[in-house]
Design a protein around this ligand. Structure first.
Ligand code: DX5
Ligand code: ZN
Length: 220
């Protein structure tokens, strides 16, 4: 089974709750929540209070992508009834094992993400402890960027490591995914696909159809 996690970053922020409900009812499996602090990445988005407001709406569970420095200080704030995953960046964690354990202590699934310039091999000793690995296929900070094709090689290496170590974490990809490249991405071994601008396409404005299109291609 392959999962689609549309990113709210590309949604209309003036009606975030409506957009979250719309993509959920269209067949999204998770809601990808991009939290940016203006330090780890050169952009600022939203914080835990937005997440808590969304809890009152009828949505699928959250896949929280923390692109922030010192994530340990804020993890508890992102624990809500609907939080399924909290994902931190390897590059932002001095004591990654401690951070992963901290997330799990709340009964939430823990993930680690790496930037395009970070090798999957740097994760070797944390892999047995994570539920998910997120490979960034653009440099984090903004939606609407171009997919970096080398990411597919990283997915294949990560998949090989998962087999070799007999582990079962999920592999997620984020950045530049669209209906033209998603089948190749799935074929490389990805389990969870994030898509922002491809879902909230400005040209067509047909978000429901975009969710259905991507899901159909992914699960062929
Ligand atoms: C980028 C974010 C992504 C972003 C993806 O830093 O982590 O989740 O929303 O947007 P698209 O799909 O437009 O590349
Ligand atoms: Zn993201």
């Amino acid at each position: 089974m392959k999962f689609l996690s549309p990113s709210l970053l590309a949604a209309d922020f003036s009606k975030l709750g409506d957009e979250a409900e719309l993509i959920s009812s269209a067949g999204a499996d998770l809601l990808h929540i991009d939290v940016m602090d203006g330090h780890f990445v050169p952009n600022i988005t939203f914080g835990p209070s937005v997440l808590k407001s969304l809890n009152n709406r009828n949505t699928v569970p959250y896949d929280v992508h923390l692109m922030i420095e010192n994530p340990d200080l804020y993890i508890e704030d992102f624990v809500t009834d609907k939080t399924e995953y909290i994902v931190v960046h390897q590059e932002a964690c001095r004591h990654l094992h401690r951070t992963i354990s901290h997330i799990k202590s709340f009964g939430i699934k823990a993930g680690v993400s790496i930037n395009p310039a970070t090798s999957v091999e740097t994760l070797y000793d944390i892999l047995p402890f994570v539920d998910l690995v997120l490979i960034m296929s653009v440099n984090p900070g903004f939606g609407g960027q171009k997919f970096i094709p080398h990411s597919l090689k990283k997915i294949e290496r990560l998949k090989a490591l998962r087999e070799e170590m007999n582990l079962d974490f999920q592999i997620e990809i984020d950045g530049g995914v669209n209906e033209d490249n998603v089948s190749e991405i799935i074929a490389s071994g990805v389990d969870i696909v994030v898509a922002g601008s491809a879902v909230f396409k400005k040209e067509t404005k047909n978000t429901v159809l975009q969710v259905q299109n991507l899901k159909r291609i992914m699960n062929l």
